[in-house]
Write a protein of this length. Structure first.
Length: 568
């Protein structure tokens, strides 16, 4: 049976009874001819508050040009975004993860309300990327997602600074705070990093959350291989935007929907890509949430199982050497894919939006001769993947540790307990954190925060103060993709839900054992139970508005912190 390219919009505009709808569209500049064509949404996140999404309007125009060239009528949709880097360490950061749901909800709402036939979503900063993929699973109309690209790296202008030899990213701006507070750089060197870390438009330039998710969704099959690799200001970015517009029309005419492409094996491919590139811990949250919206069963154990079999082959910041634009120059995610196919670690037969299988897409990629970013097997950087899932007396519901670039496998130390990120940051500034300590940051989970803030201000300060090799940190919050160090997040149950982390006191001996996948406190079950019996839930930090609604609805981090599970 032939697929109707106007399968959604036809009832909106056809017949005498729809004269009002047509009249309104004509007032917006559309013609009868426009309304007789398929209606294609182009959803993007342009916002004037950050560099990450500054090129979205230009890219949206090129996507729309491609749609028109292929016989469709594009309709531009704009939504909100929150920048993690700008809001980190403040109350504003509590809105970041919340925005993922609001972005997906808002685009879904417009697409359903205006009965779009197909959609291209454009994303840039951290939460916009999973949101714009999640909505494809919810709507299940022909569509694809395009990442607007990485920022270029900056250059330090102070030759004697500890940052002089680095290709600057936002990670260095974080770490310069700790270095300045510890007296390791002076005010001029500090200002130099601030002035040059982020030189132009684009999302943060390492294998941080934005680039992790952009590469993961290419492996998942929702973005054409290579399109997301192109940096934000590279001349080729507008070209792939145009091709995205043409491609969505091809998907529409064939009736190819996202759920017809993506399955459990596709998600295993995406997870494998994250592990091989040492990607962000946020990938666990976001891929679990995306799988939920695609109706695919996925669990924490899938991440750990795949991590144990997948070596790290891409030498990427924050723990490694190279930036995302350098990975693009090396040949991009297709080269990582080639390594994984050669090792039998992918499902290459899975479909993608390009019309080719993932294996066929990977085979078309070209590796730059002599590149050093993506290692061959036999020279892998780590025998297992970049993330691990731990459980234990402190995390019976699971937690996540980033192990890429990490040499230490075991840490035992006394707890230093903080009930907010701000408390912990001030303790580092005041010199109260000692070698061997385990910093405990609690009441920062999805419910307790609310919003599950990233602890990047604290982890950057630890690194900048020279404590990164000897201090561990555990939290029911989460981390920036730019985080490095011996840090554990996403602890479930969180403190606000009477999790064992709520029972901890200063000095409690905590043991982190990565090889055995354990996070424990050396207390008996009876001792933990006695403390929790006397525990009282803190008053909600918000009682009205979006954050209060989120705290009432959100699930735990081990199922992706989504907001549409059955009521607790």
């Amino acid at each position: 049976m032939t697929f109707d390219p106007r399968h959604k919009s036809r009832p909106l505009f056809e017949g005498p009874d729809r004269a009002v709808a047509r009249a309104m569209m004509k007032a917006a500049g559309f013609t009868d001819d426009d309304m007789a064509k398929p209606q294609i949404g182009v959803a993007h996140c342009w916002i004037g508050t950050m560099p990450c999404n500054l090129n979205h309007r230009e890219l949206a125009q090129r996507v729309m040009d491609g749609i028109r060239a292929a016989g469709g009528t594009p309709l531009e949709i704009n939504t909100v975004a929150i920048n993690d880097g700008i809001t980190t360490g403040t109350e504003g950061m509590k809105t970041s993860l919340v925005s993922r749901e609001i972005i997906a909800d808002s685009v879904e709402m417009v697409a359903r309300g205006h009965m779009l036939d197909a959609i291209v979503t454009i994303s840039g900063c951290d939460k916009t990327i999973p949101a714009m993929a999640m909505v494809l699973g919810r709507l299940d109309i022909p569509g694809l997602t395009l990442y607007s690209g990485s920022i270029a790296s900056g250059r330090c202008h102070k030759p004697n600074s500890m940052f002089a030899d680095r290709k600057l990213t936002i990670q260095d701006a974080y770490e310069s705070i700790g270095a300045f507070n510890a007296g390791r750089i002076n005010a001029e060197e500090f200002k130099d990093v601030e002035d040059h870390a982020c030189p132009a438009a684009g999302a943060c330039g390492g294998q941080f959350t934005a680039n992790t998710m952009a590469t993961a969704y290419a492996m998942l099959g929702l973005s054409p291989m290579g399109f997301n690799d192109v940096p934000a200001l590279h001349p080729g970015k507008v070209d792939v935007a145009f091709e995205s517009g043409k491609l969505v029309m091809d998907l529409l005419r064939k009736g190819v929907t996202p759920r017809s492409l993506v399955n459990r094996r596709s998600f295993e491919n995406a997870i494998t890509g994250v592990m091989a590139t040492g990607g962000s811990t946020n990938a666990v949250l976001h891929l679990l949430a995306t799988a939920h919206d695609f109706g695919v069963e996925l669990s924490l154990e899938d991440f750990d199982r795949i991590s144990r079999r997948t070596p790290v082959v891409a030498d990427m910041r924050p723990w490694g050497t190279y930036t995302a634009p350098e990975m693009f120059e090396a040949g991009g995610m297709a080269v990582v894919g080639k390594r994984l196919v050669q090792a039998g670690l992918l499902h290459p037969e899975e479909k993608t939006v390009s019309g080719r299988t993932l294996g066929e897409e990977i085979a078309l990629g070209e590796e730059t001769p002599g590149q050093d970013v993506i290692k061959p097997f036999g020279q892998e950087l780590k025998p297992e993947g970049g993330l691990a899932i731990l459980r234990g007396t402190l995390a019976p519901g699971g937690c996540v540790i980033k192990v890429s670039g990490q040499k230490k496998a075991v840490h035992r130390g006394p707890a230093k307990v903080f009930n907010s990120e701000e408390e912990a940051f001030h303790a580092i500034k005041a010199g109260r954190i000692q070698h061997g300590d385990v910093m405990v940051l609690r009441y920062e989970g999805p419910i307790g925060g609310p919003g599950m803030r990233e602890m990047q201000l604290v982890t950057g300060a630890i690194q900048g103060a020279g404590l990164g090799e000897t201090v561990a940190l555990i939290t029911d919050g989460r981390f920036s993709g730019a985080t490095r160090g011996f840090v554990i997040g996403h602890i479930v149950p969180e403190a606000a839900e009477r999790g064992p982390i709520a029972a901890l006191q200063d000095g409690d001996p905590i043991v982190i054992d990565v090889e055995n996948r354990r996070l424990d406190v050396e207390l008996t079950e009876a001792q933990i139970g006695e403390r929790l019996a006397n525990w009282q839930a803190p008053a909600p930090r918000y009682t009205t508005g979006v954050l209060a609604k989120y705290a009432r609805l959100v699930s735990n981090a081990s199922v992706g912190a989504v907001t549409d599970l059955p009521k607790r």
